[in-house]
Write a protein that binds this ligand. Sequence first.
Ligand SMILES: *Cc1c(COP(=O)(O)O)cnc(C)c1O
Length: 366
Amino acid sequence: MTEQLEKLNRLPLRDDLRGLTPYGAPQLDVPILLNVNENTHGLPQEVQDAITASVQRAVSGLNRYPDREFTELRTRLAGYLGHGLGIENIWAGNGSNEVLQQILQAFGGPGRTAMSFPPTYSMYPLLASGTGTRYVTGDRAADFTLSAESAAEQVRAAAPNIVFLCTPNNPTGTALGLDVVEAVYEAGTASDAIVIVDEAYAEFSHAGTPSALELLPGRERLIVSRTMSKAFALAGARLGYLAAAPEVTDALRLVRLPYHLSAVTQATANAALAHADALLANVEDIKVQRDRIVAELTELGLQPAASDANFVFFGGVEDPKRIWQGLLEAGVLIRDVGIPGHLRVTAGTEAETTAFLTRLRELLGA
Ligand SMILES: *Cc1c(COP(=O)(O)O)cnc(C)c1O
């Protein structure tokens, strides 16, 4: 590894990439994977069959480049989101990480600043660094919540070009009120800030939690980002998307690679969207397991944050490293997000969730 590192350092690597290690949660071969917020319930057989048939049809045309404008896919995504959105409002990429990167390529870059409010999604600073965008952070309250007044004041002071708001937030799981989004958008007027609302976990929210999609009309600097990786159980297919004003999608056409969405990816996502109801059927069960984790962790004397996502962030853990290791030894992988006294766990199937809770209870001597 050190020899490898020496070889790497001999390359004419960009100065700002020297000494960095690649990002990624450990991919361990463990029976119960509750560490990266994947959909633990998998794809129903009928959806697997529909995807296989759709990909099969695409294969006969693989000698040709795919539809660069992924017209069918954008039509289906607009239909799924509703809110009066049309195909001109939709953009997609290979995972919402790629979509976020394209936003930074178009609106960030050298001399520009992106801002977020940690603890939040750990990819934001990495996407900023990869695109040469300066990254600044704002503060949350001690309980990791973020009020409209505080967020707006900090955005006014930092005058960023881009703001990331993650709701429900990763790693805390807590949703922001739309008042926070509105206040940040207003506060960003002076610096003409693009405001990205990352709603990767929106489908797992409790009934009645509003989406920032509602705020899009009349706000040309607002972008709502979504993904098929979580609720749609398609992390392996790599399909993320956004809704925004048509001029935003036109800006992203300036930086996207030609034919960036393969015909196989488009065929997969189109078939999945045609079966959205079947795919989303497991979301309700995951929400039940999520709420169960919150209730049982509370009984154990731990402090779970309110969660509108498919995972739970909990504090009051005396020795997170010991708990993480003890769970791993029992075949349960969760996430240590590096916040003292805290851990994060993805809601599993009922059996997986039971295994996690049982082992945790033993480790806590409860
Ligand atoms: C998982 C996740 C994503 C999704 O990433 P993909 O590239 O679409 O798989 C985006 N934002 C947040 C906050 C996430 O946790």
